[in-house]
Each structure stands twice: as structure tokens, then as C-alpha cells.
Design a protein around this ligand. Structure first.
Ligand SMILES: [Zn+2]
Length: 244
């Protein structure tokens, strides 16, 4: 007998399997990343309708399989329509699910990641901002225990008003002073915006109009998240080699 289980999750991506079927990759609240087969989903009269598209927030009933689970039922938790109402929203939504896809791991429940993803998708649906995705990336890093140092030099530890922090070092995860300079240049404005995002003033950050400053923060966020994902993938690969 296969085991049935219920969960709620967000579809991260889907890919074709045979003629009419699709593999659906979800980040679920209780089971972490789940890969499941949705049978007949590519037929026009599929019982799943459009509920299993990327970014969909769904309640699912699944059969646990040996390699792949099987979707038995899927119902929408909230409509996806706002996400698809504009290309901008859809692009931001895809950036959010792609980031979570890179961090989510099978067999590793991460309910906080699920909550963060649902939260960012809702905020994109309601009121997208130039900093929605960069702020999400910084919050993901903070949730992983990797909040960047923004008030001191990560090399020499100098802090206070005397020291001017002129660069950001992704490897070290923080700002760097003029004497130790490494990484990429950072403006005082970008440091301020990052402090808003990570210091409980997210609303202020999100109210900022798109500008060279928001682009600077976005580029740093992307670079830092990529760095974290690469390191994490290497760690997972190491664990898989040594763990078996
Ligand atoms: Zn220094």
C-alpha cells in the first residue's frame, strides 16, 4: 500500500514526463522539496486544470512513491491571477521561486522558507517594488544565518564614524574599509538601504523608487545569494560523498 499524505506548497517548476504527464517540483510546508508526477496534467481536460503551474500555491494530496510521489489531488489556496496580470509581476514571481528552488532540499523540511516564499509572492501580487526580490534574497541569507556585516570592516574589524566602508566582500559577507579594500565597491546609500531591509524597516526600503541605488542593492543581493547557493551545493555534494 502506498502512503497518502497531505501538504501545502508552492510549485517551483514543472517539466514534461511522457506524453500527457508532468513532474511538478514543489516546496512544501511540512516535507520540504517534493517532486511528484501529475498524471494527465497536459491534457486539455485535466482534473488539475492550471493549478500546478509555477508559482501556484496549492493544497495537495500525494501518494509517496519509491522515487517520485504522485499527485492525487490539488486545490488552489489562492488564485494565481494577480501574478500573471503583468509580465513584471510574473518575472519577479519566477525570480522568487527560482531562488527557493536552489535552496530547497528533498527530505529537509523548511517551513520558514515556505512562509517566506508565500509572503513574497503575496507582496508581488499586491504591490511589487524595485526592491521586493533583493530584499527577499537578503532575508533568505539572514534566515540561513548569513546576515551581512554592515557596520564594520569584515577584515580588520574597524568600526565607528572614523572608518569609511567602501567595498563589499561577498566571500567574507560584509563591508570592507578603504585600507583592506576587496570585493566590489559599495555606496553609503546602499549600506543604508540594506540596513533598512535587515533592520526591521523593510517598508521604507520597499517604498523606494527604482534608481541606480536600488540596482546596486539588487546586484549585491544577487551576487551574495549566488555565492551562498554555490557553497551550499558544494557542501551538499561533500555530504553525499562522505555520508554514504
Ligand atoms: Zn579594514
Amino acid at each position: 500500500m502506498s502512503e497518502l499524505y497531505r501538504d501545502v506548497g508552492v510549485v517551483l517548476r514543472t517539466y514534461k514526463l511522457r506524453e500527457a504527464d508532468r513532474i511538478v517540483v514543489l516546496h512544501t510546508e511540512a516535507n520540504g522539496k517534493v517532486r511528484a508526477v501529475a498524471k494527465g496534467v497536459r491534457k486539455t481536460k485535466s482534473k488539475f486544470g492550471a493549478r500546478l503551474e509555477p508559482m501556484s500555491h496549492v493544497r495537495v494530496l500525494l501518494y509517496r512513491g519509491r522515487e517520485l510521489d504522485i499527485v492525487s489531488q490539488a486545490e488552489s489556496v489562492e488564485p494565481l491571477t494577480p501574478m500573471l496580470s503583468s509580465l513584471d509581476r510574473a518575472t519577479l514571481g519566477m525570480a522568487a521561486v527560482e531562488a527557493v528552488d536552489q535552496l530547497s532540499i528533498e527530505g529537509e523540511p523548511d517551513p520558514r522558507l515556505y512562509k517566506m516564499l508565500v509572503g513574497v509572492l503575496r507582496s508581488i501580487a499586491e504591490q511589487p517594488s524595485a526592491l521586493t526580490i533583493p530584499a527577499f534574497y537578503w532575508k533568505l541569507l539572514a534566515a540561513a544565518g548569513l546576515s551581512p556585516v554592515l557596520d564594520a570592516c569584515v577584515h580588520c574589524g574597524e568600526s565607528g564614524t572614523e572608518v569609511s566602508l567602501v567595498a563589499f566582500d561577498t566571500n567574507e559577507g560584509g563591508t570592507v574599509c578603504r585600507a583592506c579594500r576587496s570585493g566590489v565597491g559599495i555606496s553609503q546609500g546602499a549600506i543604508t538601504v540594506m540596513e533598512e531591509i535587515l533592520g526591521g524597516r523593510l517598508r521604507e526600503a520597499l517604498s523606494r523608487e527604482e534608481s541606480p541605488l536600488t540596482h546596486e542593492v539588487a546586484a549585491l543581493a544577487t551576487r551574495s545569494l549566488e555565492h551562498h547557493v554555490e557553497r551550499r551545493l558544494r557542501a551538499v555534494a561533500m555530504f553525499e560523498v562522505h555520508g554514504t
